[in-house]
Structures are given as structure tokens and as C-alpha cells.
Design a protein around this ligand. Structure first.
Ligand code: GLA
Length: 396
């Protein structure tokens, strides 16, 4: 995948049309005819609710207008041929011979095929060309976008309904069991179920979800620190285990079941670090619910304060921020028009996000790179994010 975030540009989102045209053209070049279908699935930025998904809690992501696109046509057999504009060698695999443990760039596609087959879907082969403008490793879920674009392709070709929850579950299974990467369900659900102009409220236990309109006159700005998570998996897995330890201590299935009151009453005998991890999850779940109220009331000041509190909790209690993320957030926070800012995604590098008054966006986007660079010496990227539609299919 290309890593556009590292170019240090400041740009408005809107690259999708370009990617769409590129995969269409490449398809014609490779297969001699226009594609029959186009699918797209977006990356995501999380407004609030970090590391709560695998604690059966609440999240509030937005689909960004950067996506994976696949131009394709069905095949009469059970083979999948896939090229990527970002990879040199094309992929080719049979749905009858899916073996784990490979290291091909198209493992995500194989993993999704495997997970969908395991969930009882009767798949059919297809051939296509894929490309993406979701920055990789930036915490914007480029892999969930690949998974959901792949699922969308299989659904359309085999003629089964797009059930966002089941598709997201298959994507997560591919990520966890095929790729061996621990994650919750948030990224796949954002990519599968978001609506343009909305954030997706998701209860990760019941899988109840609802699209909540973003208030008017405000923009979500993605701020790429130009740092990448190093050893993220160990950090992520460690947080996962600490949350499990805490849940066990409280005698519950997941930290979702612990109230702020119980945290205070029964948390004192916990190891100090584990207590802080639990406190982040318990308070973050509250913040998600309060954020929804603030959004519904159009109370941007309140929403911004909740984002700020979330960042502080991730910095001090969950300890998943780095110096670049903290610097970015403080730079954003002191600029005019910024209601609130926080790191977003798994942490340890990648992106922050800010909620900015629509009238101040231009000035904000122009000032952040300069201020950030002069403080930390790294060149960031700034994206004005237009909340987009989740995975979709276009018949040509
Ligand atoms: C990564 C994971 C998600 C979620 C976030 C943190 O993006 O893939 O499932 O846990 O981190 O909120």
C-alpha cells in the first residue's frame, strides 16, 4: 500500500474519485474490458471510545473519505485473481485450497474468504484490481478497509445480502485468526456500517448500532503525526490482558460491566497499573455515552471537553500516546476554533483528531503543520475529513 501520509502534505480529502478511476483503468488494461462491479470500503477515524471495543463497551467512529476500491468481475469458477496498484505481483488463490500461514500481500483477502466460508457463505470466484488511499499504519484502519471491500466483493458476486454485523465479524475473524493480529470489532463495523455525515454509535456487546448525525458547522480534522506505531502488537496485547485481569478482579465478563462507583469501591486492591487501565475503560465508556448526548444537543463545547478528557485518560491511565501525539494534541488545542482533540486508534503513534469550527478550518489546517514541525521536527499531514458512507457496491 502507498503511504501517502508520509508525504507531509496538507490536503483536503477527496482522493477517492482518483482511486476509483485508477482501478477502472487498470482493470481494462489487465482484462481487456470494463469491470462489471466496483466496490469501495473506507478507513475510519474514531471520534471517541478507544480500546473499549474488546471490553464489550461503546465506540463512536466515523468512516473517512479514503477507501479501498476494487474493480472486478465474477468468474465461473472458485478462483480469485487480484492485482493491486500498490504491489508488483498479482495474487491468485483458490477458494477450495485456503491455507493459513502464507505471507502474500493478499492474505487479508484469503482470510476474509476463509472467515466467510466458515460462517456458512457459499462463495464464488472473481477477478479484479484493487487500490487504496488509506494511509497505512496511521491508525486509520487500512486493513479493515481491505477486509470490508473484499467482503463486499464476495457478497455481490455470490449474491448474498450485505449484513454489516456478520461481515464485520468475518473481517475481525480474518484479522485475529488468519493474520494473527489482535483487535476488536470497531474498525470493521465502521467500514461496514457508517453513513455519510454521521458517526456510528456501536455497543460492542449487543452489536446494536445507530448512526448519529454530526452537528452542523464543525469539521473533523485528522492529524497524522508522521510517527508510526513500533511494537504496537505487544502494547495492544498487553492492554488487552490487563483489561482481562481487571475484569476478573471485579468478577465480571468484561470491564463494560464495571460502574464508576464499583471501580472506586472495589478497585483499590488492584495493582496500580491495572487499576489505571480499568479506569480508562470505565470512564471512556461513560464519555462515549455523554458524547452522543452532546452531539444530539449540538453542544460542541461539551463534546470537545470529552475528547480532551479522553486524550488525557489515554495519556495518563492507558498510556498509549507518544510524545508526537501529545504534542499534536496540544498544538491543535491552542488554535482558534478547536473544540477538542485526542489521539485516535490503537495508539503508540499514528493520528490524532480534532473537532474544529467549520469557519476556522482553513486557518487551522494551515497553521498546525508549521507549529507541530517547529515543536517536534516532524512533518505532519492534515486531512479535513468528510464523514463518508460505509462499504458500498456500484454495478457498472
Ligand atoms: C485498533 C483495533 C480496534 C480498537 C482500536 C482502539 O484500531 O483494531 O479494534 O481496539 O485499536 O480503540
Amino acid at each position: 500500500m502507498s503511504n501517502e501520509a508520509s508525504t507531509g502534505s496538507s490536503e483536503l480529502f477527496g482522493g477517492n474519485m482518483k482511486v476509483r478511476e485508477l482501478v477502472q483503468e487498470a482493470f481494462i488494461k489487465r482484462f481487456g474490458q470494463p469491470p462489471e462491479l466496483l466496490v469501495r470500503a473506507p478507513g475510519r477515524v474514531n471520534l471517541i471510545g478507544e480500546h473499549t471495543d474488546y471490553n464489550d463497551g461503546f465506540v463512536l467512529p466515523i468512516a473517512i473519505d479514503r477507501a479501498v476500491w476494487i474493480a472486478l468481475r465474477p468468474r465461473g469458477d472458485r478462483r480469485v485473481l487480484i492485482s493491486s496498484l500498490e504491489m508488483e505481483t498479482p495474487g491468485d488463490f483458490s477458494l477450495d485450497d485456503l491455507q493459513k500461514g502464507g505471507r502474500d500481500w493478499y492474505e487479508y483477502l484469503k482470510g476474509v474468504a476463509w472467515a466467510l466460508s466458515g460462517a456458512g457463505y457459499d462463495l464464488q470466484g472473481w477477478e479484479g484490481v484493487m487500490s487504496s488511499d488509506v494511509p497505512v499504519g496511521a491508525g486509520l484502519s487500512s486493513s479493515a478497509a481491505i477486509e470490508m471491500a473484499t467482503a463486499r466483493a464476495f457478497a455481490q458476486v455470490a449474491g448474498f445480502d450485505w449484513d454489516p454485523v456478520r461481515m464485520a465479524q468475518a473481517g475481525r475473524k480474518a484479522e485475529n485468526s488468519w493474520m494473527g493480529v489482535s483487535s476488536g470489532i470497531m474498525d470493521q463495523m465502521a467500514s461496514a456500517a457508517c453513513q455519510a455525515g454521521h458517526a456510528l454509535f456501536l455497543d460492542c456487546r449487543s452489536m446494536y448500532y445507530e448512526n448519529i448525525p454530526l452537528p452542523n458547522d464543525v469539521a473533523v480534522i485528522v492529524l497524522d503525526t508522521a510517527t508510526r506505531r513500533g511494537n504496537v502488537d505487544s502494547g495492544y496485547n498487553e492492554r488487552f490482558e490487563q483489561c482481562q485481569t481487571a475484569a476478573h478482579h471485579f468478577g465480571v465478563k468484561a470491564l463494560r460491566d464495571v460502574s464508576p462507583q464499583e471501580l472506586l469501591e472495589k478497585g483499590q486492591s488492584l495493582d496500580e497499573v491495572v487499576y489505571r487501565r480499568a479506569r480508562h475503560i470505565v470512564t471512556e465508556n461513560q464519555r462515549v455515552l455523554e458524547s452522543i448526548d452532546a452531539m444530539r444537543a449540538g453542544n460542541l463545547v461539551r463534546l470537545g471537553l470529552l475528547l480532551d478528557a479522553s486524550h488525557i485518560s489515554m495519556r495518563d491511565d492507558f498510556e498509549i500516546t507518544n510524545e508526537a501525539l501529545n504534542t499534536m494534541v496540544s498544538v491543535a488545542r491552542r488554535l482558534p476554533g478547536c473544540y477538542g482533540a485526542r489521539m485516535t486508534g490503537g495508539g503508540f503513534g499514528g493520528c490524532a483528531m480534532a473537532l474544529v469550527d467549520a469557519g476556522k478550518v482553513e486557518n487551522f489546517a494551515a497553521t498546525v503543520p508549521h507549529e507541530y514541525q517547529s515543536e517536534i521536527g516532524l512533518t505532519p499531514s492534515v486531512y479535513v475529513c468528510h464523514p463518508s458512507q460505509g462499504a458500498e457496491v456500484m454495478v457498472q
